[in-house]
Design a protein around this ligand. Sequence first.
Ligand code: PHE
Length: 338
Amino acid sequence: MNHEQILVRRGSRSGLPVILAIHTTAPGQAIGGCRLAGYAEWRYGLDDALRLSAAMTQKCAVAGLPHGGAKTVVALPPGAALGPGERRALLHDVGDVIAGLDGAYATGPDVGTGPPDMTTITDRPTHVFCLPPEAGGSGDSSPHTATGVVAALRALCEAVFGTADLAGRRFAIVGLGRVGAPVAPPPAAGQAKLVVADVDPTKRTLADELGAAWVDPDDGLRSDVDVLVPAALGGVLTPAVVSELRCAAIAGPANNQLDAPGTADLLHQRGIVWAPDTVVSAGGVIYATGVELRQETPLEATARVRGIGDTLARILRDAARDGVPPAAVVGGGSRDGR
Ligand code: PHE
């Protein structure tokens, strides 16, 4: 067992499984968002919590943050839609589990949750990040995650194509959610060529506004583009998908993009540069912890988020020098690394 603590509790109000995995508190308070997602079996949610919390440890370490990794996952039955009352009840159940940890862990937004949900979980600032500004928090972390992704894309393009200019590049963004959407360049801003995909067909309007080609997520992954940007759920890079990829490089905010650590080697063998998601997706935690714990101004915190570009450039340089996948530079390959 590599995790310090794993809690699984059936919520007393909601009856739903609340899973909280603390990978480590050795570097400091454990942090990691609260995910509400559908799983065919709650045990799959547990698997996800274990992997996602370990990835948070790596994310904090690479970003130089004094925190360990953790994650809360609520495993909803597939396709479940929670009414407002049910959602409140569930978030109170989550809050109970977090309160029991007495500040060893603080949560934040993740897939399926946002700042208003944080207020429902708890109003104790030592137990939660990203409360809405009116409640004293730094608000939604997604725009800051997106800022970090764009910095990473520039560093990646510099390393792979010799220029950080994103104009004229072809991108496929798979997932137009709160992080994926703001990564897309505003129409006509840089004439970047865009392919976009989302499981939600209503996002097609946004694709039209962006002047982007709309495809389904499976085709999005296999698009003939310069850079693939996975911006939805994890596990999308499997050996089968990797063998069919037509991109030169990959960088995106989705957590745990690889189905298994060894897939980084397959990407490397195909000559596709994969920027580790723990580096690319750190903007939200860098910003929220900087502003809420280290008294950084929004400008200072944003500058640190943009520093993701320098961090990634260094990792890509070291990887190229040693002829290894970038994942190996950040400690990929460890059993729980992703
Ligand atoms: N979803 C965020 C992540 O994966 C979690 C988070 C954001 C935690 C902001 C704390 C503050 O990195």
